[in-house]
Design a protein around this ligand. Sequence first.
Ligand code: MN3
Length: 369
Amino acid sequence: MRTHRDKFEVEVLTAQDNAELLIKQAVEFKPNVVVIGNQELYHKVADALEPFDIKVYCGAGSVASVVEMESIDIVLTAIVGYAGLIPTIRAIKAGKHIALANKETLVVAGDLVTQLAEQFKVFIIPVDSEHSAIFQCLAGEEFNKIEKIILTASGGPFRGKDVNYLKTVTKEQALKHPKWNMGAKITIDSATLMNKGLEVIEAKWLFNLSPEQIEVVVHPQSVIHSMVQFQDGSIKAQLGLPDMKLPIQYALSYPHRLHSPLPRYDFVAHGELTFEKPDMHTFRNLALAYHAMNKGGNTPCVLNAANEIAVQYFLENKISFLGISDLIERCIEKQTYIAHPTLDDYIATDKETRALARNLYSNIKSYIT
Ligand code: MN3
């Protein structure tokens, strides 16, 4: 936004807890409306923005309804986790294009969300760097069949480690990502490879693929952001230095490209790009995500809800790193399967799975930890 102030106007800004940054950005970009999710912070934000003629609302309900404002063309959905689902659906139903950074929306209810996007004639433009790469590779290929896509993974901080090593890792170790500086939830997901698992399911829905068409390759340099292989065997890749500003900008400027001041990749200075098979035996979350995708129905929703609770427990030092996969696996085993869920089924499945995960944790702590 700062780079292209002449091309974009910020109409609404939202945040959950980070009132300081929200206020700072609101003062800089002068949106019409600001929403703070956490109601307790309402007065802090409202008082700070009083002199600027900016409307301030609070609560999850306001986040979900503010996306319907007539003056909005595109909504960047960057809420973490399941909480992004309802605001994204509301935005689609209001005819807004979606720049999607919230992968969980498609993991939980990909069939429903992609159907709605078609019905309301809106684009879902990926912001996740791998999916942006694939989306960019597909430009001009509308009539050509995809043989498969190759999602690249950095491998996270524990790449190459075995189960014995993972038994003892701490949250501090897991929070140190080698390539990307991100929020706690996605950083843990990257360390467990669940992030890649969620991205596999996200890709299935975004690009209308069957599970066999989605391959994951570990590429520690994170320069190739992902690839598409066509039916003639030709492979297209999108490359660049890792920086989320590029996929965010492309989603907002699509189908055009705008100038960007980011550093350029130099093939000679960083001459080596390497690739490995992901270790799904050690990093079971990736295998669990493939399993959930293959099973379909409400299983990816169960996977996501169980993972959100498991990551929270890991961050609270309640379960071990390996316990994350144990808890998710148990939830998938125990939760009732629904083959063709409605939105209400997804909402119920999410709620039930969270309760189940909490129960499993308190009843079988020894197994989980
Ligand atoms: Mn990604």
